[in-house]
Design a protein around this ligand. Structure first.
Ligand SMILES: Cc1ncc(COP(=O)(O)O)c(C=O)c1O
Length: 394
């Protein structure tokens, strides 16, 4: 019986290989950080979502050990059976006040938060209006929901408005967007989106995974950055990036939304509780959120230095001020070869090409961290300049 499945798998695998899209994972022999050991060689890491340098911060590691000692390793349960510790509710309340929402519900990941959101709230008489570049977890969450689907052109407010007009017959309409687009480092036009939502009487949901802890004067995210706090109805986000980088996610929303999610959201009901150590460590990070201002300032200073130097050198970048800095190269082979050459210079970056990004828009995505030093950033600029010249890009 298995022979037929094996044939199908081999055909699909060959298809992926023939397009040059087969991914190989490089093994890291060190904790995550600004400098890591890759294949036995020390390199400077410019491809992690470790925005605030929390992933291997000694105080964070210590907080994790303490949480382990106090609350144990595992819970062996989902939340509603015997998997809710006092610290889960405490973290939910702390997060709710951090993102200025009524309440928060924790998930094992933001992927799960997005997977469990839409089908809980919406039915076939409703509509979801989604930016075409939204994250895969939003796309999958939307697929699970029976609501009518509308996709608007990325960042295109005229097209969003057209879709709002088209969907006027639907009972509830939910505009869905990433707060920051992960492949482009662009912040969503939340002010314009909220204005359109007001005009057309729709609800707004933002996935703030790349903005929580990163954007806004206090790190509250893309809503704080764009002055739209209080205008968005639902936020989802992750602890897997700025807030420690381990795992875990959440949905923050109005009280009745969170209450219903606790009753009906399938990844919450049917998947294990967020591990005690992650809950305790995230609580520690949030309790010290006001001490993160220095890290956030360093992050943005490095980002400005890098973006300015790269643009001056003649590279085409995307986005304006986010620490995700895509270096646009167009051709997949150039992106792959340049990333390998830059790694040989001791700078770890990754090329992205179709289908992860649109056809012909291959790029190297650089991600800056507060853990980087001025010297790290300069070395990255030097390596890009040297390899960019070698390949005739600049
Ligand atoms: C915009 C966005 N949403 C959701 C996720 C998924 O987050 P998690 O790793 O917590 O599942 C990611 C991670 O890559 C992301 O970039």
């Amino acid at each position: 019986m298995y022979t037929s499945l094996k044939k199908v798998i081999e055909k699909t695998s060959e298809d992926i290989r023939s397009k040059g899209l087969w991914k190989t994972e490089r093994e890291i022999q060190s904790p995550q950080g600004a400098e890591i050991i890759v294949n036995g060689k020390r390199v400077i890491n410019f491809c992690a979502n470790n925005y605030l340098g929390m992933a291997n911060n000694p105080a964070v590691v210590e907080a994790a050990k303490q949480a382990l000692d106090t609350y144990g390793y595992g819970l062996s349960s989902v939340r509603f059976i015997c998997g809710t510790q006092e610290q889960h509710r405490k973290l939910e309340r702390t997060l709710a006040s951090f993102v200025k929402m009524d309440d928060v519900i924790l998930y094992s990941s933001c992927f799960d938060a997005n997977a469990g959101l839409f089908e809980t709230l919406l039915g076939e008489e409703d509509a979801i209006i989604s930016d075409e570049l939204n994250h895969a977890s939003i796309i999958d969450g939307v697929r699970l929901c029976k609501a009518q689907r509308y996709r608007y052109l990325h960042h295109d407010m005229a097209d969003l408005e057209a879709k709002l007009k088209e969907s006027q017959a639907q009972r509830i309409r939910l505009i869905v967007t990433d707060g920051v687009f992960s492949m482009d480092g662009e912040v969503a036009k939340l002010k314009e989106i909220c204005d359109l939502a007001d005009t057309y009487g729709t609800v707004v949901m933002v996935d703030d995974s790349h903005a929580t802890g990163v954007l806004g004067a206090h790190g509250h995210g893309s809503l704080e950055e764009t002055g739209t706090e209080g205008r968005v109805d639902i936020i989802t986000s992750t602890f897997g990036k700025a807030f420690g980088g381990a795992s875990g996610g959440f949905t923050a929303a109005r009280q009745e939304i969170v209450d219903l999610l606790r009753q009906r959201s399938r990844p919450y009901l049917f998947s294990n509780s967020l591990a005690p150590m992650i809950v305790g460590t995230t609580q520690y990070i949030l309790d010290h959120a006001d001490t993160l201002d220095g890290a956030r300032k360093r992050l943005h200073k490095h980002t400005l230095t890098f973006r300015t130097a790269m643009n001056a050198a003649g590279f085409a970048t995307r986005g304006e001020s986010h620490p995700i800095v895509p270096i646009m190269l167009g051709d997949a082979k150039i992106a792959a070869t340049m990333a390998a050459d830059i790694l040989a210079e001791g700078i770890y970056v990754i090329g992205f090409w179709y289908p992860v990004v649109p056809q012909g828009k291959a790029r190297i995505r650089v991600q800056i961290s507060a853990a980087h030093t001025d010297e790290h950033v300069q070395k990255a600029i030097n390596a890009f300049t040297k390899i960019g010249k070698k390949h005739g890009i600049i």
